[in-house]
Each structure stands twice: as structure tokens, then as C-alpha cells.
Design a protein around this ligand. Structure first.
Ligand SMILES: [Zn+2]
Ligand SMILES: [Zn+2]
Length: 582
């Protein structure tokens, strides 16, 4: 059953209107700081993990995550919160760099292109992003502060250099963190630590090349100094039990018989002998050793080259930055003598270990985050993201926040008090991948069905947090549902549905959205529509109002159209108060 309306025209109309009216932008000073009294509105920081903008464009799994988080945010806004729902781009890192070098463009140029494509897709999905606060980690205005964070850890003795046996990918020509190696079972990991063997070390997660071992001087962050607090802090977090257990297992505390406690967690190896990352802001001096670049000299900008070949990794295991002699030679900030810049760049996971601190302060030029804004907006109220991040991103962000908190730089210790993890969307029982040819392109779904049907289809197909197949047939059912809603609400009003207990549906939708169980919320709406269809007369105004109102977070465009043109309400449905509970 095709839709009885032109979805493309409706989506264009309302997306243009929302942008013009700045519907999803937030006055960052309109909410009170935590603990402050007064009548200021309640803040809600709806964080979703930002994407790495790959050349292929947005993955359907992103669309599922973002649609779910957006539904939650939209309901919370209408229940009285000021919702900050930022979006940004994790745009440094080896994936972008490898692809750029392969196709012979500068990674910065590639990122500008892929980021523009992501922005287009993220908007087309109809999510209420607060684009005013957009960040991109490869922007010097951002990585200046990544370097600043590194220096605070360095000052605290939490960043150090050491000769270490490291896992090396001969193809990517870079050091890999243990977390970036696949197929290294526990005995393989032990083999890596017992130097000199290569068997069982695993293979590079990016290119599948078996990794080897090399001895190199590397930068580490002292995550092991926080190991007990990282474990203890987990107890009080509102995280899925599965996620807590995975992080606990990763930290791997073992109590030996003689009372000696050991951990699986090692210090975080953060230096990369690559080009596309923030240069480590350290100057090496013969007399003073490793000296921090003064804060007022940040950012240490990446040297530029029109010749992309110069950016390639070196076989010697030195960073391509070492090729820029004029850039490397500098004076020592402490003694003024000859100095050499550190030529490594930091791991992309350091960029994402603090990005949520920057969003509310993105327009503040001279500090990484504004104290007052941070007190108003942080910690985040919900972080929605991927289960694959529990042992890396979520752990690193917790470590960095603990360390910053100890230094008195942020007023809280835990960045993600409430974490929700989406399920893995598969096709034919397998992870979607180009090589399997089972990738569903969100652009295709959006063009064929429109954003409203795509959102509903993704969220209805299965519980948001469960792994499983995407069933394209669900799109047909969802279109039939929207067609029915359209007919019910555009017919001349009658008094159908007058005796229905609408409050019950409202309660059920609220409960389901709060639990991120969007499929059951949609089922409740489908149930209501079924009841209305069985009535002798079309529904009256109040019933339409509630139906469109509850549908709006899921299908924001067609709901806005119905609200405006047929329910006859002034203003946007997305700012209208949420219907009352039973
Ligand atoms: Zn590799
Ligand atoms: Zn010196």
C-alpha cells in the first residue's frame, strides 16, 4: 500500500521550517546549574555517540541508534526539558588516513567531503540535532584542547614514555593498541607480552594482516593508576548489566592466593606513528628531557603538505611528521636551547574520551570548556551508543574524566551515569559488510520510503537493544500504518473513539520510550489505530490530537503536517506539551 501523500514534499517542507525556526537549537544559558535553586528549566543532555565519517556514508546501524535516541529526546523535550542533542564527527584516525592515502587525497580534504555527506544524511533522517554545537575532532579549534587534556594528564604524571614491546601491523605500518587486534585470545596476549614470539598475536582489525612485535618508544596513559576506581565506580552506574560485566572482565581483577591482586588492564598506549591525529604537544630537549608545550602555544598544528606521499607512514616505524624538518626543529620551552617536537600523534580514542565536554562550550574560544556551562549541562543525562565501545571508548572516557575530576577541572567523576546500548542490525544473520554484499544503504531507504517510514521501520523491526536481522518487509507494514493514520486524521471529524481510554495508550508509550523499547510503543499506537478503524465514525478532534501527538517523535514530518493542516493546532507538534497520562 503506497503512502497517500508525497513524503518527499512533506519532509522538505518541515525540515526547511524547523531549520529556519531553529527548532532544535538550545539556549545554553537557559538552564540552571546542578544543585542551583530557582525556576529555570530542567536540562537534558541527550548524547549519542558521534560517527567516524567514512567514505561509504552513514551505516543503517547508525540510523537505528540515532532514530531511537531522537525519539527519546523528542519526548523528553515535550515533557518539559530543555534538550541538548548535539552531533559531531570523530574525524581523525587511521581509517580516514588509510583511505585518503589510497585514493591520493589529503585526509583533511577527504574529511571535509565525507563530513558534508554525513551532515546531509543525518539531517535527512529527521533527527532534532542541535547543529549550533557541532564539533569535528580534526578541527584545530578542537584538537588544541585534546592536546591541552593530554598536557593535564602529563602534568599529573599520568602520561609517560617507555620503551615497550608493541603490537605492530606491517601493512598499516603502525602500532596497534591491544584492543585493535583481533583474534588474540588470552594465551595470544600472554605471548605478546613474552617478547620474541609472533604466534598467536592476532591480526590487525583494519586490514587483517597478522601483527608482529616491535620494541619502540611510546607514549602511555596510566589507566592502571585508576583501576580500582574504574571498577568500583561501575557499581553505581545505570548501565546494562551486560556492559558492566564486559568492562569488569576487561579490567580483569584477579585475587591471587598470596593476596597479590593482578589486573588484565594495561596502561593505554596512545602514540601512533601516523600523520592524521593531534601531534603530541611535547618538545624533547637534550638537557630538560620531555617538556610540555606551553598552553598558550597550542594547538601544535599538523604540518601541511600538498604532496600526499610525504604523509605516508615510514618503514622505519617513525612518524611521517619526522619528515618535516622545519616543523620538528624548535626551541625548548624551558631552557630556550635546541629542541625537537615529538613526532607521534595521539590515538583517536583520546579525541573521543572528552568530546562531550566540548559540545556545550563549542563557542568558547579560549578554554576547553566553560566552568559554568559545564555545571549546567554535565554530566550527560543519557549516552546512547554501541556495545562494541564498552571496553575502549567508554572505559577511556571514564578514565579521562576521573583524572580531570581529581585535578579539579570538572565537577563530576563519571561521564555517562546512564548508558543505553543499541543492538547490532544484521542481514541474513550476518554483520552487514561490503564484502558480503548485504549492506542496506540508508540513502536508498530514505529515497524510497522517506524518513518517517525508515525511522518507524528500523525501530519497529525488533527491540532497539537486541541483535538481529533487519526485515525489509516491515517497511510495508509501517507504510500501511501511516496510511491509516493519514486517512483517520484527514477525514471530516466525527465522534469516533470518544469512549477510548487514551490515557492508557499515553502511559504505555511513555513507559516504552523511557525503556528504549520503541517497538512496543509503536505497537501500542498501531493498537490504537486498529481500535479507531473499528469505529463507525472518524475520530474527533481530541482523539486526533493525542494520536498525532504520540506519533510525532517517531514520524516527525508527517505528524507535523497532520498537526498543522488537519488537527488545526497552532505551532509545532514538537514543542506542544506531551499528552497527559491516565
Ligand atoms: Zn593493518
Ligand atoms: Zn631545555
Amino acid at each position: 500500500m503506497p503512502l497517500p501523500y508525497e513524503h518527499a514534499a512533506i519532509e522538505q517542507r518541515w525540515q526547511a521550517r524547523w531549520a529556519a525556526e531553529r527548532l532544535h537549537e538550545v539556549d545554553l544559558t537557559a538552564v540552571a546549574a546542578a544543585g542551583a535553586s530557582g525556576s529555570s528549566a530542567r536540562k537534558l543532555y541527550n548524547l549519542v555517540e558521534f560517527p567516524y565519517p567514512s567514505a561509504e556514508g552513514l551505516h543503517i546501524g547508525h540510523a537505528l541508534t540515532y532514530a531511537g535516541a531522537d525519539v527519546w529526546g523528542r519526548m523528553q523535550r515535550r515533557r518539559g526539558h530543555v534538550v541538548l542533542q548535539p552531533m559531531g564527527f570523530d574525524s581523525f584516525g587511521i581509517n580516514a588516513e588509510n583511505y585518503a592515502l589510497k585514493v591520493g587525497v589529503h585526509p583533511g580534504e577527504l574529511m571535509a567531503r565525507t563530513t558534508a555527506n554525513y551532515r546531509r544524511q543525518l539531517t535527512a533522517l529527521g533527527c532534532g540535532w542541535s547543529w549550533d554545537t557541532e564539533i569535528s575532532t580534526c578541527d584545530p579549534g578542537y584538537y588544541r584542547w585534546t592536546q591541552w587534556v593530554f598536557l593535564r594528564l602529563f602534568e599529573a604524571g599520568l602520561a609517560y614514555q617507555a620503551e615497550a614491546p608493541v603490537l605492530w601491523c606491517p601493512s598499516c605500518q603502525t602500532v596497534l593498541a591491544r584492543e585493535q587486534v583481533e583474534g588474540a585470545d588470552p594465551s595470544g596476549v600472554r605471548a605478546a607480552e613474552a617478547r620474541g614470539t609472533t604466534a598467536g598475536l592476532g591480526s590487525c582489525e583494519r586490514c587483517s594482516t597478522p601483527v608482529i612485535e616491535r620494541i619502540l618508544r611510546q607514549w602511555f596513559l596510566r589507566t592502571t593508576a585508576y583501576v580500582e576506581r574504574l571498577l568500583a565506580g561501575l557499581d553505581d552506574l545505570d548501565w546494562p548489566a551486560k556492559a558492566k560485566n564486559r568492562q569488569r572482565a576487561w579490567i580483569g581483577r584477579r585475587d591471587g592466593v598470596d593476596g597479590r591482586v593482578t589486573y588484565r588492564l594495561r596502561d593505554w598506549l596512545i602514540s601512533r606513528q601516523r600523520y592524521w591525529g593531534p601531534p603530541i604537544p611535547i618538545v624533547h630537549c637534550e638537557s630538560c628531557g620531555a617538556v610540555a608545550v606551553p598552553d598558550d602555544e597550542l594547538p601544535v598544528l599538523l604540518p601541511k603538505s600538498k604532496d600526499v606521499g610525504v604523509l605516508r607512514p615510514t618503514r622505519a616505524g617513525r612518524s611521517p611528521l619526522a619528515r618535516f624538518g622545519d616543523w620538528v626543529r624548535t626551541s625548548c620551552p624551558r631552557c630556550g636551547g635546541e629542541g625537537r617536537r615529538d613526532t607521534d600523534v595521539s590515538d583517536t580514542f583520546l579525541d573521543s574520551a572528552w568530546y562531550f565536554l566540548r559540545y556545550p562550550s563549542v563557542d568558547v574560544p579560549d578554554r576547553p570548556w566553560d566552568t559554568e556551562r559545564t555545571a549546567r549541562w554535565l554530566p550527560v543525562d543519557q549516552c546512547a551508543g554501541g556495545p562494541e565501545h564498552v571496553t575502549r571508548h567508554h572505559l577511556y572516557a571514564r578514565f579521562v574524566c576521573l583524572a580531570l575530576h581529581d585535578r579539579g577541572l570538572i565537577p563530576f567523576a563519571e561521564p555517562f551515569p546512564r548508558l543505553r546500548l543499541h543492538g547490532m542490525l544484521t542481514m541474513g544473520g550476518a554483520k552487514m559488510s561490503k564484502s558480503r554484499g548485504n549492506v542496506i544503504n540508508p540513502d536508498k531507504l530514505l529515497a524510497e520510503h522517506g524518513a518517517d517510514v525508515t525511522r518507524l521501520g528500523l525501530l519497529f523491526t525488533r527491540p532497539w537493544d537486541a541483535d538481529g536481522d533487519f526485515d525489509p518487509a516491515v517497511m510495508v507494514g509501517v507504510e500501511r500504518f501511516l496510511a491509516r493514520v493519514w486517512r483517520l486524521t484527514t477525514a471530516p471529524p466525527g465522534d469516533g473513539g470518544a469512549g477510548l481510554d487514551l490515557g492508557r495508550t499515553v502511559d504505555s508509550v511513555i513507559r516504552s520510550i523511557e525503556q528504549m523499547q520503541f517497538n512496543t510503543a509503536i505497537a501500542a499506537l498501531m493498537g490504537l489505530v486498529g481500535q479507531l478503524l473499528s469505529q463507525d465514525q472518524p475520530p474527533g478532534r481530541e482523539v486526533r490530537r493525542v494520536l498525532v501527538s504520540l506519533l510525532a517523535p517517531f514520524a516527525p514530518h508527517v505528524s507535523e503536517q497532520l498537526w498543522h493542516d488537519h488537527v488545526g493546532e497552532p505551532g509545532s507538534v514538537h514543542t506542544a506539551p506531551w499528552p497527559p497520562r491516565r
